[in-house]
Design a protein around this ligand. Structure first.
Ligand code: SAM
Length: 278
């Protein structure tokens, strides 16, 4: 195996941070050189390149779109888990879905958007929760739209296969036994749940596709943290436009709409915090 030179030169670091920011809006601050090195050294090695400086040269050649996408995807953080931060899911089960069942009784339709969904634990959690607690929704039109920037991570999510460590994080045993089958050390989500979720590639900094339905519930968790305040504000304004007036937005535990000049009102639902469009 060839070795990769350890130090990342400032020019290569600047090139990578500008590239990643222009394609995904992810901001890599000056202290993040170690992250660039640890994420991109394996990419350079796989391509038979000596170091990240050589990878940067490849990225500057014409026709490097695929490599650019690979580099941007390698720089995303895909950390996620089933029932992550539990409170939003308790609020869904105890308050939000029961309320929406009453308010949408005529249309019999609900649209839920799991944004920046990574390997799929969040949308599958929503699908399992609906299957488990709301049999009344069986004859409704339920759309769980699930999107991410990374085509690679979406391929994983679509597959619906998780290792033992992943199912050990947050997934109750009764859900594991009821909604997964085990095959050669991997846990595969059952088709009835997998089919409830639609996956699509979507970059939050690009215009949203016109065909998105009006959303009743939006999960946009643990992704705004990577962006500048201006980008957060632009994204929240676009998300606001696709939400019903009486809908619900969930952000990650360390994220907020405060000081971003957007039209959302914070609402406490038990131990969960959600945001309502105003
Ligand atoms: C830390 S994960 C969050 C996963 C999940 N939402 C959760 O809270 O568990 C962040 C995800 O954001 C995605 N992401 C980063 N930049 C993005 C962008 N500009 N548009 C869409 N998704 C993006 C990454 O690919 C990654 O899968």
């Amino acid at each position: 195996m060839s070795t990769i030179a350890a130090a990342l030169d400032p020019q290569s670091f600047n090139f990578i941070t500008n590239l990643v920011r222009s394609k995904s809006a992810i901001v890599l601050e000056s202290g993040k050189a170690y992250l660039v090195e640890s994420r991109l050294s394996p990419v350079a090695r796989e391509l038979g390149l000596k170091n990240i400086a050589e990878l940067v040269s490849e990225l500057q050649k014409p026709g490097s779109q695929k490599l650019t996408q690979r580099v941007v995807e390698a720089m995303t953080t895909n950390e996620t888990s089933f029932f992550r931060d539990i409170h939003p899911f308790t609020a869904l089960k105890e308050k939000i879905i029961p309320n929406l069942i009453q308010r949408r009784a005529k249309e019999k339709s609900l649209s839920i958007w799991s944004n920046a969904c990574s390997s799929g634990q969040e949308p599958y959690t929503i699908a399992m929760l609906i299957a488990e607690h709301f049999p009344i929704l069986k004859d409704w039109k339920i759309r769980i739209i699930s999107s991410d920037l990374s085509s690679q991570i979406l391929d994983r999510a679509r597959l619906g296969e998780f290792n033992q460590t992943e199912v050990n994080r947050g997934l109750p045993m009764n859900f594991l036994l009821k909604y997964f089958t085990k095959n050669e050390g991997q846990w595969k989500i059952r088709d009835e749940i997998r089919k409830m979720v639609e996956f699509r590639e979507l970059n939050l900094v690009e215009p949203f596709p016109a065909l998105l339905p009006a959303m009743d519930i939006v999960f946009l968790r643990n992704v705004l943290i990577y962006f500048s305040p201006e980008t957060k504000s632009e994204i929240l304004k676009k998300v606001h436009k696709v939400m019903h007036k009486d809908s619900y937005l969930f952000l990650g535990g360390s994220e907020t709409t405060m000081n971003l000049n957007v039209r959302f009102e914070r609402e406490q639902l038990g131990s969960a915090v959600c945001y309502r469009p105003t």
